[in-house]
Design a protein around this ligand. Structure first.
Ligand SMILES: *[C@@H]1O[C@H](CO)[C@@H](O)[C@H](O)[C@H]1NC(C)=O
Ligand SMILES: *[C@@H]1O[C@H](CO)[C@@H](O)[C@H](O)[C@H]1NC(C)=O
Ligand SMILES: *[C@@H]1O[C@H](CO)[C@@H](O)[C@H](O)[C@H]1NC(C)=O
Ligand SMILES: *[C@@H]1O[C@H](CO)[C@@H](O)[C@H](O)[C@H]1NC(C)=O
Ligand SMILES: *[C@@H]1O[C@H](CO)[C@@H](O)[C@H](O)[C@H]1NC(C)=O
Ligand SMILES: *[C@@H]1O[C@H](CO)[C@@H](O)[C@H](O)[C@H]1NC(C)=O
Ligand SMILES: *[C@@H]1O[C@H](CO)[C@@H](O)[C@H](O)[C@H]1NC(C)=O
Ligand SMILES: *[C@@H]1O[C@H](CO)[C@@H](O)[C@H](O)[C@H]1NC(C)=O
Length: 311
């Protein structure tokens, strides 16, 4: 009622003062956006209009504002390198980059708890809702992939990562594999780097997964039956598995490897990622990105998130 009156008075005043600043509908929109009307906001608008994209933010914590910068661009996978010292997990690429204030909890777990609390409001409208909304307002069922690259001893560090994830686990925010069934939730946590395979295999329920070796999924010597319940993701160093510089034509062998490994992953229900992609010259990077997408690769590993998001 009030809204209708407000609108009609705006319409009237705008019609009376036929403006030189463009159509009055634009001015009405500007007026309403500028107002503090409760009609212009909704509870889960933190990531309003952001289209999620299958991009992996390599070394995400290098950005001045980790996590949020990636989310603002719709990047649906982020990576934190973690180091265990005195019971705390610090985040950084190398020892010289660590500070007491940049921890796995402060940079990732706490902000994710805040964002997911906003995306999952508890009110009269949601009382009967059982599912969890993810971080992306536009596509609440798309999980954010959180890669945890363990830098210190894997067996020793893994339990600390598990413990730090407890607030997210307690709210049901973690994708979980229980008794043979995989249930996706807001965040899928995948261990890489020094993450030890056997302790991850032993987890039941499992809400911490293992980044499988993309070029060894059919290698029987690893004694492992790979699948999305253990490894929703498989990755390999581009330079070891394919090796094309992006300049000139990719060779038949290189293209054969690229597609073979992606197909191996897909036939097991696993998503594929190549890391350590050449980033320069830009023309070479573009050629590689195009070739990766044509090959069906699932995650585009990127340092320059804006370039990848606008690709
Ligand atoms: C926006 O609101 C402020 C404060 O109420 C006001 O001074 C300003 O003129 C408004 N701007 C527009 C474009 O309506
Ligand atoms: C770990 O704790 C010991 C003893 O309190 C302290 O001397 C050392 O500086 C700490 N190391 C780090 C990396 O915080
Ligand atoms: C930064 O870390 C120090 C040492 O752990 C702590 O005392 C301080 O409260 C932290 N500051 C912030 C802003 O988190
Ligand atoms: C929730 O379920 C109750 C019981 O079935 C029903 O009365 C109520 O209208 C539902 N609320 C919403 C918002 O769906
Ligand atoms: C696990 O799955 C099996 C077969 O689907 C079922 O019989 C069993 O009850 C389940 N156990 C639990 C703890 O859910
Ligand atoms: C696989 O199993 C064989 C036989 O038990 C063992 O010798 C080998 O070390 C295992 N390989 C791995 C990678 O665990
Ligand atoms: C293709 O993959 C095989 C098996 O992993 C590897 O030995 C070979 O070096 C790869 N080829 C290229 C061009 O990287
Ligand atoms: C690269 O491939 C294109 C298209 O197949 C071909 O026309 C061109 O001759 C190739 N260039 C080289 C240097 O092999």
């Amino acid at each position: 009622m009030f809204g209708a009156m407000l609108l009609s008075s705006i319409v009237l005043s705008l019609l009376l003062s036929v403006a030189a600043q463009g159509p009055s509908i634009d001015r009405q929109i500007a007026f309403l956006v500028n107002s503090s009307s409760p009609q212009i906001n909704y509870p889960t608008d933190f990531t309003q209009n952001i289209v999620p994209k299958p991009i992996h933010s390599h070394n995400d914590y290098w950005r001045q504002v980790p996590l949020l910068t990636a989310l603002s661009l719709g990047v649906a996978s982020v990576e934190a390198d973690v180091w265990l010292f005195n019971g705390t997990l610090f985040v950084g690429h190398e020892l010289a980059a660590l500070t007491p204030n940049r921890t796995f909890s402060s940079l990732y777990v706490e902000p994710l708890m805040q964002i997911l609390a906003m995306q999952n409001p508890k009110d009269d409208f949601t009382v009967n809702q059982t599912g969890i909304n993810g971080v992306f307002d536009m596509a609440g069922s798309i999980p954010l992939q959180l890669l945890v690259d363990i830098k210190t001893d894997g067996v020793e560090t893994l339990p600390f990562v598990q413990a730090q994830l407890e607030p997210l686990r307690a709210r049901g925010y973690l994708t979980t594999f229980t008794n043979g069934t995989l249930r996706e939730s807001a965040i899928t946590v995948v261990g890489t780097g020094n993450t030890p395979l056997d302790p991850v295999k032993a987890l039941e329920p499992r809400d911490f997964f293992f980044d499988a070796p993309l070029n060894q999924l059919t290698d029987p010597s690893l004694n492992t039956t790979w699948g999305p319940g253990l490894s929703p993701l498989a990755s390999v160093d581009w330079n070891i598995a394919v090796g094309w510089s992006g300049i000139g034509n990719i060779s038949a062998t290189q293209l054969g490897n690229l597609t073979q490994f992606v197909n191996d992953a897909h036939s097991l229900g696993i998503r594929a990622r190549y890391w350590d992609l050449p980033g320069w010259p830009i023309s070479a990077r573009t050629a590689i990105w195009e070739t990766l997408i044509l090959s069906g690769v699932d995650w585009l590993n990127a340092d320059d998130l804006e370039a990848a998001a606008n690709f």
